[in-house]
Design a protein around this ligand. Structure first.
Ligand code: KMH
Ligand code: ZN
Length: 271
């Protein structure tokens, strides 16, 4: 069996963090473009993007997504994946809005869950509405799976035609309220996949490193970045998104797994 090149996604900012949590958090269009450039230069080919407004608050405003996308494209070549999750509590129409810009990819979370102390709402109506916005704009969805039951939802919604047949999967593990980031969670989820289905794992916090290493060995793909994990190691903040990507590249090299180029990423995901 030939193993495909490793696709590295970098989630550069997210919606939940502030500068109080992480002083180097990129927030302005210039900072986000610089963070993306660093991550891509280090080996990432997909940038998972949230944006912030002028006050640093999470936003789904089209004009900001447009500006940040333009700046990223000026700095580097990569696949840009917009978040439709937004922040906890973002209204549904706002979550869908940036799809009008037709990004390469967009996320589609597959169920409602506790998200730390909050509720991340993804009802059937939410999922169908976002899925429609994604499909109408010819965007490739990445299904965000936070728990095992969400795989059952994928099967059910596929049968009902609520979600498109072609997608990439991202197992987001270790979020308080979702499935744990232990390796056995990943093994359980991977067993649920149809043959040939492409997948990534995004480990939250301290789970990021061990899950990344296992995904590389298991033939999956990896997402790292400050959105999911602000630490390089226990008690030591990561210097940047790029630093987290660089470590994945080094592990992949040791495991003799080549890192995908943008062209290869497009081929692997059928973009
Ligand atoms: N901010 C989280 C509530 C996504 O990007 O699609 C949801 C999230 C998932 O980050
Ligand atoms: Zn996100």
């Amino acid at each position: 069996m030939t193993i495909s090149p490793l696709i590295i996604t970098c989630a550069i900012v997210g919606a939940e963090l502030s500068k109080k949590d992480y002083p180097f958090l990129p927030m302005t269009p210039e900072e986000l473009a610089e963070a993306a450039r660093g991550a891509v230069e280090a080996g990432a080919t997909i940038v998972h993007l949230h944006v912030r407004d002028e006050e640093g608050k999470p936003s789904q405003r089209i004009d900001i997504f447009k500006k940040v996308t333009k700046k990223i494209r000026q700095h580097c070549e990569c696949i840009i994946q917009y978040s439709t999750g937004g922040a906890v509590g973002t209204p549904l129409d706002e979550r869908c809005a940036p799809m009008k810009l037709k990004p390469d990819m967009a996320t589609l979370s597959m169920g409602t869950m506790n998200f730390g102390p909050d509720i991340f709402e993804n009802t059937e109506n939410t999922i169908r509405t976002i899925s429609r916005a994604i499909q109408e704009n010819g965007v490739m969805p990445e299904l965000e799976i936070f728990d095992c039951g969400m795989m059952d939802t994928v099967d059910r919604y596929l049968k009902k035609g609520f979600i498109p047949e072609k997608f990439h999967i991202d197992f987001v593990l270790g979020v308080p309220g979702g499935m744990s980031g232990e390796i056995k969670s990943l093994i359980l989820l991977k067993d649920r996949l149809s043959p040939g289905q492409t997948w990534t794992v995004a480990g939250s916090g301290r789970f990021q490193l061990p899950l990344s290493a296992h995904a590389i060995a298991m033939g999956g793909h990896v997402r790292v970045g400050i959105e999911d994990n602000i630490y390089y190691r226990k008690g030591e903040l990561a210097k940047s998104n790029a630093q987290l990507v660089e470590r994945v590249v080094r592990i992949a090299e040791e495991l003799e797994r080549p890192v995908a180029t943008v062209k290869q990423t497009r081929e692997i995901l059928g973009l």
